[in-house]
Ligand binder design. Structure first.
Ligand code: GLN
Length: 534
């Protein structure tokens, strides 16, 4: 097993995740089997309890892991499915060590960060990587070099490199920022120099520097970085702003990074095959038409909160030959003013997942607008529950219908807590989570979209459509065409006589991949095209 450690310098948000994923994709294009691990230095055990406003979306894995959104990038770029063990947090590491201490595994010893925490980190990385049977494991270290929290992780990977024959089986990729100053656009290397100095102080010499800048690095700047940071010039890689993240692998590849890594790690590689990927990226950046889709939610100030939806629309758009422009609409604004002009200008609407009462009535108004005006609509998780509440209120005349999440006293709890959740009190990792089978009714719209009567989709919820009301809903045209394997949980709803009004309790966005778009997102995009152009 060979390791590529990706660290970040200067500032966060440099696209370390995209760099890691792109390197993975490039190695994969040479016939090398790649896996990836994300290290998050925070104390949370997992990302499940974190607010999307702060950290972006919580990504959900097949095994129910609630993880950092970068694992979504790995899955999309590498076309693999990882497990929750691929996300290591300080919380997980400390918990493991403290449990071992209580078991008496370190009997007689003083338990310390070095070597106990660092050993735990190393063995976690190695165990996870080896279990995948991959040739190369990319380990992305979250945070910025110099943070107190990331110190034990950097120390652990430094030791790994030393223990595995310095430089033979491990390489370090450091991502930095090259700001551009002044009117003539001078590219500045000082922040890169400083962050490399910081990394060296910990004992790590980077092998490759990936420098983010608005523009491609000038040759003289590459030389300067090479000289000051002691990295060969061919290992200074420029990563300018791209039109699409899916172009980044080609941008890096054109500078020779793949060959450099292959030779440094003495990997056996095949001839490059990036045709499918670059064709996909080409379709994303060269659309022939464009549709607008409104995303109505409450985390609309941070695009990362909905990253998997945005990517699913990229995948669907590439498939349908269209650009999908996402218009973020704050559900609280709709709640206050009704469907806004910007919402009405859109060709389709998505209501994504969410928690809590804020903006709920605005989402219900949005669902009503889409239903009555035959605007293509997709509801996901909370969006499915919203569509159900709206239908109950307006069509079934249950004017106070609600979810007990928002109104515990409602006389029509059409959405209610899952029975198995009734005694759950702890919040961490206790929802209905991960991949679950869904049985799709033959002949339904969902069946046509999926082309299968049995699908596996990922879940993350505590509430569900109350089975008491199913018959009444279906008699009136809100059909449940997807159900859990035991038939008890409603998974897909579709409205009779509407061009496209589909909603799901699960999250199809998490399994969407380049050239394998989420069927429900693709259906929405195609319906938007029909609405706009036919
Ligand atoms: N809050 C709802 C539930 O817990 C929906 C969850 C979601 O959208 N992920 O069931």
């Amino acid at each position: 097993m060979k390791y590529i450690f990706v660290t970040g310098g200067v500032i966060s948000g440099l696209g370390k995740g995209i760099t890691s994923s792109s390197i993975g994709r490039l190695l994969k294009s040479r016939g090398i089997k790649v896996t990836a691990i994300k290290i998050d230095p925070y104390l949370n055990i997992d990302a499940g309890t974190m607010n999307p406003f702060e950290h972006g979306e919580v990504f959900v894995l097949d095994d129910g892991g609630e993880v950092d959104l970068d694992l979504g990038n790995y899955e999309r770029f590498l076309d693999i499915s990882v497990t929750s063990n691929h996300n290591i947090t300080t919380g997980k590491v400390y918990r493991a060590v403290i449990e071992k201490e209580r078991q008496g595994e370190y009997l007689g010893k003083t338990v310390q960060i070095i070597p106990h925490i660092t050993n735990e980190i190393k063995s976690h990385i190695i165990n996870v990587a080896e279990a995948t049977g991959a040739d190369v494991c990319i380990v992305e270290l979250g945070g910025t070099v110099g943070d107190i929290e990331s110190m034990p992780f950097l120390e652990a990977v430094r030791e790994m490199n030393m223990e595995m024959g310095k430089g033979k089986n491990c390489i370090f990729v450091h991502t930095t920022l090259v700001p551009i100053m002044g009117t003539v656009g001078e590219q500045k290397t000082k922040p890169t120099q400083h962050s490399v100095k910081e990394l060296r102080a910990i004992g790590i010499q980077p092998d490759i520097i990936v420098a983010r800048a608005k523009e491609p690095l000038e040759e003289s700047i590459k030389k300067k970085i090479s000289l000051f940071c002691d990295v060969p010039i061919e290992a200074v890689v420029s990563c300018p702003d791209a039109r699409s993240i899916y172009e980044v692998p080609m941008i890096l590849n054109d500078q020779g990074i793949t060959d450099y890594i292959i030779s440094r790690l003495s990997l056996e590689a095949k001839r490059p095959d990036l045709v499918e990927w670059s064709d996909f990226a080409h379709r994303i950046v060269n659309p022939t038409k464009s549709v607008k889709i409104a995303l109505v939610g409450k985390y609309t100030h941070l695009a990362d909160s909905y990253i998997s939806h945005l990517e699913a629309f990229h995948h669907a758009g590439a498939e349908a030959g269209t650009k999908v422009e996402i218009v973020f609409v704050d559900s609280e604004v709709v709640q206050q003013f009704g469907p806004t002009e910007e919402l009405m200008k859109c060709d389709a609407i998505l209501i994504p997942g969410g928690f809590g009462t804020r903006g709920i009535e605005g989402k219900i108004m949005t669902a009503r607008y889409a239903r009555e005006n035959k605007v293509p609509f997709l509801g996901v998780c909370l969006g499915f529950q919203i569509a159900t509440i709206e239908f109950a209120r307006d069509v079934l005349c249950m004017t106070d219908a609600n979810s007990t999440e928002f109104e515990p006293q409602t006389s029509h709890p059409v959405v209610d807590l899952l029975p198995e959740q009734k005694n759950v009190t702890k919040k961490g990792a206790t929802m209905r989570l991960g991949a679950q089978p869904v049985v799709v009714t033959e002949g339904s719209k969902a069946y046509r979209l999926y082309g299968s009567a049995l699908i596996m989709e990922r879940h993350r919820h505590r509430f569900e459509v109350n089975p008491r009301y199913i018959e009444e809903f279906e008699k009136n045209g809100w059909l449940f065409t997807g159900r859990s394997a035991d038939g008890v949980k409603m998974e897909i709803g579709e409205l009779e006589g509407h061009p496209y009004y589909v909603a799901a309790q699960f999250h199809p966005e998490f399994k969407s991949r380049p050239n394998k778009p989420s069927p429900l997102h693709l259906g929405l995009v195609k319906a938007a095209i029909r609405k706009k152009f036919e």
